[in-house]
Design a protein around this ligand. Structure first.
Ligand SMILES: [Zn+2]
Ligand SMILES: [Zn+2]
Length: 229
């Protein structure tokens, strides 16, 4: 969206901070206070699996994981607002941090792929929050976005209603390759809003590696911390 479009939109839909819901200037993404209060991840989070309680021994198909925040406090509020109240500002803020991390890394990437949402859910919500984050990362890093390779079935089983074993099996049955492309030698960023068990990202990474992908780095806005699991 251009600056003038943002300015005009603000007249009809005043811009709000996605973390505390306060009004903010049309050209800001959040209020200053929230930005410094975000629960940023620290060295407790494993840079390879993206979890505080390392899951690397589970046999992961992805190679590393960039994360911004712990999924708690205002970061959690922002992600919930992104999912339920169209708070796209949150996607842009998390994408800014993730793009910075990707740019600092010596690794280069060929493509960004968002974790898909089922068509039914996307129609209901109007957008896929993972894809919104991925779009902003693509804009900033100039790495092309591809939302056509992976897809998700319309199943409506909520992950949190399942135990660990059922979650892993559910993830395995939910995602599929929509467009059978050759990803030989490609280095891919797989983007999602939150990493919880890692099963979703791992299953998507498995599918991408089955198409030949060489390396997969996950880029997620938030990771659940030990005290919230
Ligand atoms: Zn705020
Ligand atoms: Zn790990």
């Amino acid at each position: 969206m251009s600056k003038i479009e943002k300015f005009i939109q603000d007249i009809f839909f005043p811009n709000r901070c996605p973390f505390c819901d306060k009004f903010v200037r049309w050209d800001k993404l959040s209020c200053e206070e929230c930005l410094i209060k975000l629960p940023f991840v620290d060295e407790r989070v494993c840079p390879l699996c993206g979890k505080e309680q390392c899951i690397c021994s589970k046999g992961l198909y992805y190679d590393k994981c960039y994360t911004v925040c712990f999924y708690e406090g205002i970061a959690r509020d922002g992600i919930i607002a992104l999912k339920t109240k169209n708070a796209i500002n949150a996607a842009e803020i998390f994408a800014d941090f993730l793009s910075g991390k990707i740019a600092c890394d010596e690794e280069t990437y060929d493509m960004i792929i968002p974790v898909p949402m089922s068509n039914g859910k996307k129609a209901e919500r109007g957008y896929n929050q993972a894809e919104e984050i991925a779009k902003f990362i693509s804009q900033r890093t100039k790495i092309p976005l591809n939302s056509n390779i992976l897809s998700k079935k319309g199943g409506n089983i909520e992950q949190h209603a399942l135990n660990a074993e059922e979650r892993a099996l559910n993830a395995k049955n939910e995602f599929f390759v929509k467009e059978n492309v050759n990803l030989n030698g490609k280095k891919i960023i797989l983007c999602d809003d939150v990493i919880t068990t890692g099963n979703t990202l791992n299953e998507c990474a498995r599918l991408l590696k089955s198409l030949g992908a060489l390396r997969i780095a996950c880029a997620v806005a938030a990771t659940t911390s030990l005290k919230n699991e």
